[in-house]
Each structure stands twice: as C-alpha cells, then as structure tokens.
Design a protein around this ligand. Structure first.
Ligand SMILES: *Cc1c(COP(=O)(O)O)cnc(C)c1O
Length: 459
C-alpha cells in the first residue's frame, strides 16, 4: 500500500464510517461474542507475502460482531468515551501528519496548540487563570504523575536519585469512592497500596474532613510521612463528590498537596450551574479531567491542570544532551511534564471539537444528558420491584432489585437484549446496576427507551 492507495482507501473508510454510525441503532450495543471467537479466526502465523487490501478490509468488517459499540446512542455503561465527528476528523489529520511532540522543537505547533487548549479549558471550566497544564493519554497517568510528584516533594526530591529504601513509610489519603487508578498510582509510586489510607465518608459520600485530619495526625504520631491527598469529583461507581473546600482546607493546614480526580465530571463544569459540586477546587494543586469521556474529544485525551508545574517538572523532567534545544530556555518541552517521552498530537482534536460545536453546543448536550438521566431515573423508580439506590449525580444513578441474584439476572437479560447497555457496581454492600447518560448523539427517546426495556424484561 502506498500513499495513492491510501487516498482511495481513506475515502472508502470515510464512507464505511458514515454507514457504520448511521446504522448504530440497529446493532446490539454490547458485543455478544463468547471468549476466543475472534482469536480463533486468525491464522496462527503472520503473512510472509503482502495481502490485498480488499481482503484485509473484508476481514476488518468481519470483526464487527466482536465490537462493543461505544458510540452507540444507547451506550449507558461505564462512562462514555465520546468521539464527536469533528474530533474524528482531527484524529485523521493528526494521523496523516504523524508528528511527535516530545519537545517544542520536534513540532512547535503541537506544543503551542496544547498550551492554547489548556488556556481555553481553564476558562471553559471556570478555573483561575494561574492554572497551566498538559495533556496525558489517560487519567491514570495524570494521577500517577501527581502522586510521584507528591512523593518527591515530601522526600525533598531524594527518592529520584537515592531510591526509596531508608525513607519513612509514605502515606496517601483518599476516600473509598475514588477510582482504582489511585490505588494503582500508590502501587507504582512505591507508596504501597496498604499506605493509601481510605478515609471514611459521610452519608453524602464525601470524605469526612475531620476524619482526614485525624488520620493525618495519627500517622504523623506513628512516624509515617504523609505526602498528599486525592479528592474525587464524580466517582466512577456512583458519582460521589468530596467536599472540596473543606477537605482542601484540612490538607493545606497540614501542608499537603491536593490532586483532584474529575475524570468524568470535569466536562460538566463547562456549565456554570454544576460548578457548586466542586466548589473550592481552585485551591487544588492538580486536577485531572478526561475530555475523552464527556466532551467529545475522543480517546485518548486526559487534561491535567497544574497550579504550579515546577514540582512535577522537577519530578518527571530529564533533559539528556540529545534533547537539548540550544538557546531556547523560554520554551516548554511537554515530555518533562508527563511520564512517556513521545507525545501524540492530542490538542488538535480539542481544537476542532471546541470550535466545531462551541461551548454552547457542548453545554447543551451535557444539560440534556443530566435532564434526561433524571427523567429515566423517575421512570425506572416507578417500575414495581425496583429500588433506586443512588439518585442521579449529574447523569449517573444506580438501582437494584431485592437480591443480588435477581439484580444480576435482570442485568444479564438487559444486556443480552442488546437495545441498551448497562454495567454493574457495588454500593453499600449490594450489587447495583449503573446507568449513565452521556453518549454524544443520544436523544431523549434513546434514553427513555431504557425504562421501557427494563419494564419489558421484568415482565
Ligand atoms: C475513567 C476514570 C478514571 C480512569 O480514566 P483513564 O483515563 O481510563 O485512566 C479515573 N478516575 C475516574 C473518576 C474515572 O471516571
């Protein structure tokens, strides 16, 4: 295949994509396959001889039964991973250029567009102008970067050179509502999962500020070294929010930095009426949110805002001789802010998406999703036998039947039916079904089909 073939096949792929998206409502949302069904169709050995693209493309189409359709308008599982059409176009162009933005010099436009998008997004989310930031692949990597920085700040940057042996036991604080990426960061940063203290939450599912203060004081008295606090703004399980202002005040009084995980809910903060949910966030040191979830800038795109990038750059930044940009001290080399060296052109899809829909267009979608989630929750609440377990947090709510077995059976029937896709979690010791509304192209009818499907299957 050469670039002339690529032009023809790109046109064919564009037509294919158009038909695929137009026909999504007719497909079951979740892949119905059994394990091994795709792997079993592949020849065990790679081809020695070039194959015709026609055959490769046909085999690609045959993969479709093994695809769960994340862009399906009735995908209500997990959180969304929205790919707005403008974002897809930007990704095509980024793929065509295939530039690598590890330092400013390797493509100044990549770095400077990224800086510009961070500035736009701080304004869009109502954050103070002093925040800067960068784009990571995922919230997991951003949180890992924040935790590594917390560790090094606490160790006065000795861990970077001397390692962790001989250092006191480190302690990190979060509630049980925070995402497992925080546990992973504790593992990878050498803090140890046992030293991630899960601070108790109150009935509002926020970490109790008094319990946080008590845990830090007790750890200090026992000779541990507290390094930082991670707060959750929109937890993955049921959408819990820590009370930012109160918890950050405790952390600051203890001299500890704060990282806020708003991976999903951050997108909603483009709507001023939702910002009360994270009031006080402007005092955080680091905030992550995923435009690839609810803003339409497709996977992968995780934005980390930093009040002061210096500690993170000191932790992650290396400047070997082969990456020097002579005489250019004022420029930013974003690889020094993130874990990997190489960097894709992720800012382009943000630029296209923000411009092609405008903040008004993006706000309208999020407002609809939140309103329709409330409508769906009200309709599901009325179905005999169903209990609402958590009320909508933005566009996420949970419900269950009277036993875990009955809930599991209902969920299996729903997902085998294929018209909608829902996923489980556990809350208060019981199995519950989560429903979130966030698909970029869903309509109110799509959302209200969910209670209808559930009612049918409860029959
Ligand atoms: C999705 C999610 C994450 C993990 O996101 P990745 O970008 O896939 O690493 C972390 N925290 C919360 C609250 C999330 O919803």
């Amino acid at each position: 295949m050469d670039h002339d073939d690529l032009r023809d096949w790109s046109k064919r792929a564009a037509d294919w994509a158009h038909g695929y998206h137009a026909g999504l409502r007719d497909r079951p949302v979740r892949a119905p396959l059994v394990p091994g069904a795709v792997l079993g169709t592949l020849p065990p050995e790679p081809p020695e001889v070039a194959e015709p693209m026609e055959a490769i493309f046909a085999d690609f189409e045959a993969l479709l039964p093994g695809i769960t359709h994340w862009q399906h308008p009735r995908f209500f599982a997990y959180f969304p991973a929205n790919a707005a059409p403008a974002s897809m176009l930007a990704e095509q162009l980024a793929n065509a250029i295939a530039a690598q933005g590890m330092i400013w010099q390797t493509s100044p436009a990549l770095t400077e567009l990224e800086q510009g998008m961070i500035r736009w997004l701080t304004q869009a989310l109502g954050l103070p102008g002093e925040f800067t930031g960068t784009i990571h692949d995922s919230a997991t990597t951003a949180t890992l970067s924040a935790v590594l920085t917390m560790r090094e700040r606490a160790l006065d940057w000795k861990g970077l050179t001397e390692g962790l042996s001989g250092s006191p036991r480190l302690r990190l604080y979060a509630s049980a509502e925070t995402h497992s990426s925080v546990d992973k960061a504790a593992r990878l940063a050498g803090v140890g999962q046992d030293n991630l203290v899960k601070v108790p939450t109150g009935s509002d599912l926020s970490m109790k500020p008094g319990a946080l203060a008590g845990a830090i004081a007790a750890d200090r008295a026992a000779g541990y070294l507290p390094i930082g606090v991670i707060l959750c703004a929109g937890g993955t399980s049921v959408g819990a929010f820590d009370r930012m202002a109160d918890c950050i005040a405790v952390a600051k009084a203890q001299g500890l930095p704060v990282h806020v995980d708003a991976a999903w809910a951050g997108s909603a903060m483009i709507c001023p009426e939702f910002r009360g949910l994270w009031a006080g966030v402007e005092e955080a040191d680091s905030i992550v949110f995923n435009p690839h979830k609810w803003l339409g800038a497709q996977f992968d795109c995780a934005v980390q805002f930093l009040r002061d990038p210096t500690p993170q750059v000191r932790t992650l930044g290396l400047r070997p001789a082969y990456l020097e940009t002579a005489g250019r001290e004022e420029i930013v080399n974003f690889n020094e802010w993130t874990v990997p060296l190489g960097r894709r052109f992720r800012a382009l899809k943000l630029w296209f998406t923000l411009r092609a829909y405008g903040l008004e267009g993006l706000r309208a979608r999020i407002r609809n999703h939140v309103a329709w989630a409330h409508d769906a929750a009200d309709a599901i609440r009325d179905i005999p036998g169903i209990s609402m377990i958590t009320e909508p947090s933005l566009s996420l709510f949970t419900f269950s039947l009277n036993s875990d077995e009955a809930t599991a059976r209902l969920l299996e029937r729903i997902n085998n039916d294929g018209r909608i896709y829902l996923t489980p979690t556990r809350h208060g010791g019981r199995l519950v079904i989560r429903m979130q509304v966030g698909s970029f192209d869903c309509t109110r009818d799509d959302v209200l089909l969910a209670p209808k499907v559930i009612r049918d299957l409860m029959g």
